[in-house]
Design a protein around this ligand. Structure first.
Ligand code: ARG
Ligand code: ZN
Length: 424
C-alpha cells in the first residue's frame, strides 16, 4: 500500500485540470477494477484531481477517466503494475471536442434559435431559449402552468421554476421537485428535463394521473453560468462547476462544484478544498447563489415534498441517499422500491440497464450533494439519475440521439412517479 501511495503523490502534480484548455492529446481510458485494491486505487486518483467522467465502486463496473499527455507515462505504468483491465476510448479528446463544436456551429445555422412553441429534441438549447420556452408555456396554458423567478446565478442569469398542475385549482397538493443542469457539461440533463415538461404540459391527457394529487415544480437549469460557459467554445466544453471566481495561493480558479456545496455534512468526504479542483466544495456551504436557490426551494416545498429528483449524466444509475455515509436511511426500502421500479421500467422498454442503490455504495462517497440535502430537508424520496452517456466523451451524445435518451429517461421517471403515488 505504501508503494501505491508513493505513486499517487507522483501523479498528483499534474492532476488538477479544472480550467479552460484545448485537451490536445488528452486521452480517455475505461478502467474496470476487479479487486478491492484496484477500486481503492481508482478512487484515490479521483480524489487527487483526475477527472473521472463516470465512476463506480462496484467491482467489474467500468469507470472512465481523462489522462493528460503529462500524466500518460505514469498512468500507463500504473495500469501495467496493478494489472488493471482497461481500454483506450479516445486518443485525442481535443480533436473530438473540436469536431463536435464544428458540427454544432453548422447546425445552429440550419436550425435557428427558437423559444416559442414546442421544442424539438433535435438539438441542445441555450439558457435563454429554455427560459423563453417555459415563459411561453405559462402564457399558452395559464390555468395549468405557472412560472416564477426564484433567483439569479452568479453572473446574473435569471433562474425560473415552472410549476405544472392539472388546473383544478386545488392548493396544498403533494409535490415532486425536479431539477437539471447542476453540472455544466452534462447537456443531456436539461434536455431530459425539458422533455418531462413537454410530456406533463403538452401531453397532459396521457399523464393526468401524475398530476391528480401532485404538482410538479421544475427548475430546468440550475447552473446556468456553467452551462453557457460550456457552450461558449471548445476550450470550455468540459466545464463542470459554477463560475464564481476564487483566488488561492495567488491563482484564480473559477467555480465550486454545486453538488458538493450543500450544507449537510459539507466537505466531509469526496470533495476538495482546492478551488482549482473539479469537486471544489466551495469556501463555505452554500457559497454559490445557485445552490442557495435550490436550498430555499427545498425548504419552501419540504412539507408538501414527496420526491426530489435531480438529473445528471452519465453512467446509467438511479441513486438514493446517503452519499455522505455508507449507512442506509431507515426508509431505504421505500427508496429502493422507487429506484428499482424506474430501472426495471427502462430495462423492459429499451433494454438499457440502470444500476440502482445508495450513492455511497454504488458510486463513491461524496458529501454536500443536493440529493442528501433534499432528503434531510424532508422529501420522502430523493433520487439522482445518471443518464446514458454517448459520443466521444460521454457528455456529448450526438443530437441524433437526444430523442432516444430523453424518452428513455421519461419512461423511468414516469414509472418512479407512479410508484411514489402508490406508496405515499
Ligand atoms: N455524479 C454525481 C456527483 O458526483 C453523483 C452524486 C451522487 N450523490 C451523492 N450524494 N454523492 O455529483
Ligand atoms: Zn453531474
Amino acid at each position: 500500500m505504501t508503494k501505491l501511495l508513493g505513486l499517487f503523490v507522483l501523479l498528483l502534480g499534474a492532476a488538477l485540470v479544472a480550467a479552460d484548455q484545448d485537451y490536445e492529446g488528452y486521452r480517455i481510458y475505461e478502467v474496470t477494477p476487479e479487486t478491492a485494491l484496484q477500486g481503492q486505487l481508482l478512487h484515490q486518483l479521483s480524489l487527487q484531481g483526475f477527472d473521472f467522467l463516470s465512476e463506480s465502486r462496484l467491482l467489474g463496473r467500468p469507470s472512465r477517466v481523462i489522462v493528460s499527455p503529462a500524466q500518460l507515462a505514469q498512468f500507463e505504468e500504473l495500469l501495467e503494475g496493478q494489472q488493471l483491465a482497461h481500454s483506450l476510448i479516445n486518443d485525442n479528446l481535443g480533436a473530438s471536442i473540436a469536431e463536435e463544436f464544428a458540427l454544432r456551429q453548422l447546425q445552429r445555422r440550419l436550425c435557428p434559435i427558437t423559444g416559442k412553441g414546442r421544442l424539438s429534441t433535435e438539438r441542445y438549447y441555450t439558457h435563454e431559449e429554455i427560459i423563453n420556452y417555459i415563459d411561453d408555456l405559462a402564457e399558452r396554458y395559464p390555468r395549468r402552468v405557472f412560472v416564477r423567478t426564484v433567483g439569479w446565478s452568479y453572473e446574473k442569469r435569471v433562474l425560473k421554476t415552472i410549476t405544472i398542475t392539472n388546473g383544478d385549482g386545488r392548493a396544498g397538493k403533494k409535490v415532486i421537485f425536479m431539477d437539471g443542469g447542476f453540472h455544466a457539461r452534462e447537456w443531456i440533463s436539461p434536455a431530459a428535463v425539458l422533455y418531462v415538461i413537454d410530456q406533463l404540459v403538452e401531453q397532459f391527457e396521457q399523464n393526468a394521473d401524475l398530476l391528480e394529487d401532485y404538482d410538479w415544480v421544475i427548475l430546468p437549469l440550475v447552473n446556468a453560468d456553467g452551462y453557457e460557459h460550456s457552450q461558449s467554445g471548445t476550450l470550455a466544453r468540459m466545464w463542470r462547476k459554477t463560475r464564481q471566481p476564487y483566488t488561492y495561493a495567488g491563482q484564480t480558479c473559477y467555480g465550486a462544484d454545486p453538488n458538493r456545496n450543500f450544507g449537510f455534512h459539507w466537505n466531509e468526504e469526496g470533495a476538495s478544498s482546492n478551488p482549482c479542483a473539479d469537486t471544489f466544495a466551495g469556501p463555505t456551504p452554500f457559497s454559490e447563489p445557485e445552490t442557495i436557490v435550490v436550498r430555499d426551494l427545498m425548504h419552501t416545498l419540504a412539507d408538501r415534498g414527496v420526491m426530489y429528483l435531480t438529473i445528471h449524466s452519465y453512467g446509467n444509475y438511479i441513486l438514493y441517499p446517503w452519499g455522505w455515509t455508507s449507512d442506509l436511511p431507515d426508509t431505504w426500502e421505500d427508496l429502493d422500491a422507487v429506484a428499482r421500479t424506474g430501472a426495471e421500467a427502462i430495462e423492459n422498454a429499451t433494454g438499457t440497464v440502470y444500476t440502482y442503490g445508495s450513492s455511497t455504495n454504488v458510486l463513491y462517497i461524496a458529501a454536500g450533494a443536493s440529493d442528501d440535502y433534499g432528503f434531510y430537508a424532508g422529501f420522502n424520496v430523493s433520487i439522482t439519475m445518471e443518464l446514458t452517456g454517448a459520443g466521444s466523451i460521454g457528455f456529448n451524445p450526438p443530437v441524433t440521439r437526444i430523442d432516444e435518451f430523453v424518452t428513455e429517461t421519461w419512461i423511468g421517471i414516469r414509472a418512479m412517479a407512479e410508484k411514489l403515488i402508490e406508496i405515499y
